[in-house]
Write a new protein. Structure first.
Length: 164
């Protein structure tokens, strides 16, 4: 699985701690991160939690876990299917309403056609599905120079026109 961090190809490897062994000898050159479903992450010791990134499922209300989530350096959000858009809402809430400033990682069924919207919603790390061409994903991220709808990074086009 390829990873894009801050619109650049990264050699990071993201693994589900529940599925993967402790070491991955196939990719020793990359930085390896492990994520675990929030419910399982909460059951770990503080020392173990520090080594893992919590994975938020789409049916979670992040407001119920803010005290635990906001201090963290990274939060992963699950996309079990490309058609499941709940992860976009969770990311937008974390970034805009709760001012989360750490890494937001999109994990799961991530396709190239989702890349631009994922970054607009606040994701800065995309863990792509294994069959997605990384260069095509990077092109999709930069596909739109101007957006009509508002977003966290830039004001909408209509507001720019009013200010001129």
């Amino acid at each position: 699985m390829a990873t894009i961090r801050n619109r650049v190809i990264s050699d990071e490897l993201w693994l589900n701690a529940a599925d993967e062994p402790e070491s991955d000898p196939t990719n020793a050159a990359s930085k390896t991160y492990r994520y675990l479903l929030l419910e399982q992450w909460q059951q770990q010791s503080a020392e173990q939690q520090a080594q893992l990134v919590p994975l938020l499922p789409g049916d979670i209300d992040p407001a119920e876990h803010l005290q635990q989530l906001l201090p963290l350096a990274a939060i992963a959000i699950e996309f079990p299917s490309f058609a499941d858009g709940r992860g976009y809402s969770i990311a937008t809430l974390l970034r805009e309403r709760y001012s989360y400033s750490g890494d937001l990682i999109a994990v799961g069924d991530i396709l190239q056609d989702q890349a631009a919207m994922l970054t607009r919603c606040g994701f800065n790390v995309l863990v792509l599905r294994h069959d997605q061409p990384v260069e095509a994903v990077l092109k999709k991220i930069g596909q739109y120079a101007v957006n009509y709808q508002p977003e966290g990074e830039r004001p909408p086009l209509w507001r720019k026109r009013l200010q001129s």
